[in-house]
Write a protein that binds this ligand. Structure first.
Ligand SMILES: Cc1cc2nc3c(=O)[nH]c(=O)nc-3n(C[C@H](O)[C@H](O)[C@H](O)COP(=O)(O)OP(=O)(O)OC[C@H]3O[C@@H](n4cnc5c(N)ncnc54)[C@H](O)[C@@H]3O)c2cc1C
Length: 376
C-alpha cells in the first residue's frame, strides 16, 4: 500500500533504494555502535545530492516535494533510522529558510544547503515545551541584531553548520534568526549522551554577542512561534516516515528470523503467538505509512496538514516502539543481544516520542483540533 509516485519520484525512489541497500544497510549496527557515520558515507550522501533534495533547482537542488522527501526518509529509515533522522533535521530547517528568508538570504544560503547541514534550534536547558519561557535573546542595535544565549538538544547539533534559532525579541515575542557556525561568538557545546539514533549528534550551541544583519531575521519580528510550529509540522511528516521505516525494518527482521527458527522441528512462523506479533507489526507499518503519506499529500495540495502530520508522529512514535519490542520477542533471547539489530530499533523509536514536540503535547494538539472541528 503506497501513495502513487510520479515518474521522477519513482526514479528517485529506485536510486535511494539502490544507494541505501549498498551504502547504508551494511553499516546499520556499526553506526549505532560507533555513534557516528563513517566519513566516506557522509561524503557520498552529499555527492549524491541528498542534502539538496528539496532545494529548488534555481539554487542548485533537485526541487523535489515533500512526497518525494518523505519517501526518501522512509527508504533510509528502513535501513538506518539515524541517517533518516539527520536528513529530517536538515530538510525541516531548509524548508523554513525557503519559506521565510529574504531573497538575498536565500541566494546566499540555499546553494550552501546542498553541502552544508542545517539544524533547527528552539529547546533551552530549562525547558523545551514552553517556548515562551525561553531566555536566549536578540536585541536590536542600529541596523544590526546582537544574539545571546544557549540552546540545547538540537538534532544535528555539532554536525550542522547553519541553524535556524528561535530567540526572544521582547518578553512576549519570539523571532527566528539564521545563525552560521562561522560567525564570531558562535560555539558548539557538548553532544547529548542519548540512548538511540546514535548516528545523529544532538547537541548544544552557545551564542555570545553574535552580530547579524537585519536580513538574518526569518519572516518578521514576532513570527518565531509560527515558524517553530511550521517546522514542527513539516518535521512530523518526516517523523511519521521514520516511524514507518523503523516498523518495516522490525518486520523484516522478525519475519526473516521466524522463517528459519524452529521449535520441535516446526518453523515458529506456524505459532499463533508469533503470527500475532508479525501481524501487529505489519498493521502498524501500513497505518503509519498511510498517515504520513496523507499528510504529505495534503501539504502538496496546499491543504491544512498539521493535524494529520501530528497524528502520523503521535501514532507512529508509539507503534514503531511497540513494533520493535514485538520483533525483539520474536527473536527470543537473541533479540535482547546487541549482536542483533533489533534492540537499537527500540532505542531509536523511543526518540520519536520526544523530538519535534513531546507525545503529551501532541495529544493535546490533536484533541484541540478535533474538538474545534466539532464546533465548526
Ligand atoms: C532525539 C531528540 C532530538 C531533538 N531535536 C531537537 C531539535 O532539533 N531542536 C530542538 O529545539 N529541540 C529538539 N529536541 C528537544 C525536544 O523538542 C524536547 O525534548 C521536547 O520539546 C520536550 O522538552 P523538554 O525535554 O525540555 O521537556 P519539558 O518541556 O521539561 O517537559 C517534561 C515533561 O512534561 C511534559 N509537558 C511539558 N509541558 C506540558 C504541557 N503543557 N502539557 C502536558 N505535558 C507537558 C512533557 O511532555 C514531558 O513529558 C530533541 C529531543 C530529542 C530527544
Amino acid at each position: 500500500m503506497s501513495i502513487e509516485l510520479t515518474q521522477p519520484q519513482v526514479m528517485l525512489h529506485q536510486m535511494v533504494v539502490d544507494f541505501t541497500d549498498k551504502e547504508v544497510k551494511p553499516l546499520d549496527i556499526l553506526i549505532d555502535k560507533e555513534r557516528n557515520y563513517p566519513t566516506e558515507l557522509w561524503d557520498k550522501m552529499i555527492d549524491t545530492g541528498f542534502l539538496g533534495l528539496t532545494i529548488p533547482e534555481e539554487y542548485g537542488g533537485a526541487g523535489f516535494d515533500v512526497i518525494a522527501s518523505s519517501q526518501t526518509i522512509y527508504d533510509f529509515a528502513v535501513r538506518n533510522a539515524s541517517m533518516a533522522f539527520t536528513l529530517e533535521g536538515h530538510y525541516k530547517s531548509v524548508d523554513q529558510v525557503l519559506k521565510y528568508a529574504t531573497d538575498e538570504l536565500k541566494e546566499k544560503y540555499l546553494p550552501q544547503a546542498n553541502h552544508r547541514i542545517f539544524g533547527f534550534s528552539s529547546t533551552e536547558p530549562q525547558g523545551g515545551s514552553n517556548v515562551m519561557g525561553h531566555t536566549a535573546k536578540a536585541v536590536k542595535e542600529g541596523d544590526k541584531w546582537i544574539l545571546n544565549g544557549n540552546k540545547t538538544m538540537i538534532t544535528n547539533g555539532g554536525l550542522a553548520q547553519v541553524y535556524c534559532v528561535l530567540l526572544k525579541t521582547s518578553p512576549t515575542e519570539l523571532s527566528c534568526f539564521l545563525v552560521d557556525e562561522d560567525m564570531l561568538g558562535f560555539k558548539h557545546g557538548k553532544r547529548e549522551k542519548f540512548i538511540g539514533m546514535n548516528g545523529t549528534p544532538v547537541g548544544e550551541i552557545f551564542m555570545e554577542n553574535i552580530v547579524v544583519s537585519e536580513d538574518h531575521l526569518l519572516g518578521t519580528i514576532g513570527q518565531g512561534v509560527e515558524i517553530g510550529d511550521n517546522a514542527h509540522y513539516d518535521a512530523r511528516i518526516s517523523m511519521g516516515a521514520i516511524a514507518a521505516g523503523i516498523t518495516e525494518h522490525a518486520l523484516t527482521i522478525a519475519v526473516d528470523y521466524a522463517k528459519q527458527r524452529e521449535v520441535k522441528g516446526t518453523p515458529i512462523t506456524q505459532l499463533y503467538s508469533i503470527q500475532e506479533k508479525i501481524t501487529e507489526i505489519a498493521i502498524a507499518k501500513e497505518n503509519t505509512q498511510l498517515l504520513y503519506q496523507e499528510a504529505a499529500r495534503l501539504k502538496v495540495a496546499g491543504k491544512s496538514y498539521a493535524k494529520v502530520a501530528t497524528m502520523a508522529k503521535s501514532y507512529g512514535s508509539r507503534a514503531s516502539y511497540a513494533a520493535a519490542d514485538h520483533a525483539l520477542q520474536v527473536l527470543g533471547g537473541y533479540g535482547y543481544s546487541q549482536e542483533y539489530p533489533v534492540e537499537h530499533l527500540i532505542r531509536d523509536a523511543r526518540a520519536l516520542q520526544l523530538a519535534e514536540g513531546s507525545l503529551e503535547k501532541m495529544m493535546i494538539e490533536i484533541a484541540k483540533e478535533v474538538v474545534n472541528e466539532g464546533e465548526e
